[in-house]
Design a protein around this ligand. Structure first.
Ligand code: ZN
Length: 317
């Protein structure tokens, strides 16, 4: 039996292929990470569930879905009054053009829309009642001219102080009773979800011990970055990063269109055997999340891809 992972896969859905579109919807927190083309036409009326959007940077494949998303939230069949907050890296010209376009074309929105610029190391409370879950931004390395951000969802948890760990429960209970629980336990920050957007490898310290890391993996090999943009990550360094950060589950996304499923599978298998990152590895390939350790998961996706390609061929005849 496999242990349940966080977040459960049915709490996540999205789409990602480099250059075309990237977005990821985390249903538990009603958060959309990036807003590439196709968000609204994939989620349909579930777009009304989105309460916050966090943009990693302003490239078209990460923001092209915003205009339609806001239009549907305004006119579609759902709660048209549900407010929406869109967070983005501050001073990002490309995003500010979209803000400007929307303010000119969507003057009478039925819901409160707020655009909130962010810098690195900023915090946003997610759980209003108890403030025990919040988002913290971190700096990523993508475009030289624009700030790009990654996002950590952090939960405040409690654990026994080091000196009390390993004691029998009865003794711990007695200690809590006599000394109070603050003497016995302390609060700590646990990163439960991390999203990096497009970036060179994320600094492992920023995502230490995260339960779930979404890291881009545009290239399978360093030689494939033939134009040498050095704006993206390749497989080996992503696995090294996950290993250093002691990540529990790694979701690879933003893979280049040049790679098909067979190539991905082969390269991931051999890199994992070589690097031994010590985490579970998933891939968001198109609109599917593949569990790389499960051959059925690959087979299912392969079958769907073949059907899709056949349909495209038939339609082009
Ligand atoms: Zn980009």
């Amino acid at each position: 039996m496999t242990t349940p992972q966080f977040p459960l896969q049915d709490q996540l859905c999205g789409f990602s292929r480099a250059l075309f579109s990237t977005w990821l919807y985390h249903r538990r927190f009603n958060i959309l990470f990036d807003a590439g083309e196709g968000v609204a036409s994939t989620l349909y009326n579930r777009v009304f569930g989105i309460r916050r959007v966090f943009l990693s940077h302003g490239h078209a494949d990460h923001i092209a879905g915003l205009v339609n998303l806001i239009n549907i939230r305004n006119l579609g069949a759902g709660d048209q009054t549900a407010p929406l907050k869109i967070f983005y890296p501050q001073n990002n010209k490309l995003i500010e053009y979209v803000v400007d376009y929307l303010s000119r074309t969507q003057k009478d929105l039925s819901f409160g829309l707020e655009w909130i610029p962010l810098d690195a190391d900023q915090e946003i409370v997610l759980d209003d009642q108890k403030s025990r879950i919040f988002m913290r931004t971190f700096r990523t390395r993508h475009s030289q001219r624009q700030l790009s951000l990654g996002y950590n969802i952090i939960e405040i948890r409690r654990r026994l102080k080091e000196q009390y760990q390993g004691l029998p429960q009865r003794e711990i209970n007695e200690m809590i009773w006599s000394k109070g629980k603050d003497e016995v336990a302390q609060e700590f920050e646990k990163i439960i979800f991390s999203y990096g957007g497009d970036s060179r490898p994320i600094v492992p310290e920023y995502i230490k011990d995260t339960l779930f890391l979404c890291h881009e993996c545009t290239y399978l090999s360093v030689d494939d970055d033939e134009r040498n943009f050095q704006q993206h990550s390749f497989l080996d360094e992503v696995l090294e990063t996950a290993k250093k950060a002691r990540v529990e589950t790694l979701l690879l996304f933003h893979t280049s269109l040049r790679y098909n499923l067979d190539m991905l599978r082969e390269k991931i298998d051999s890199a994992v055997a070589r690097i031994n990152p010590g985490c579970r590895i998933l891939v968001l390939y198109g609109d599917s999340i593949i569990d790389t350790a499960c051959s059925l998961s690959w087979k299912k996706k392969l079958k769907r891809e073949r059907i899709r390609e056949k349909k495209l061929e038939e339609n082009s005849d």
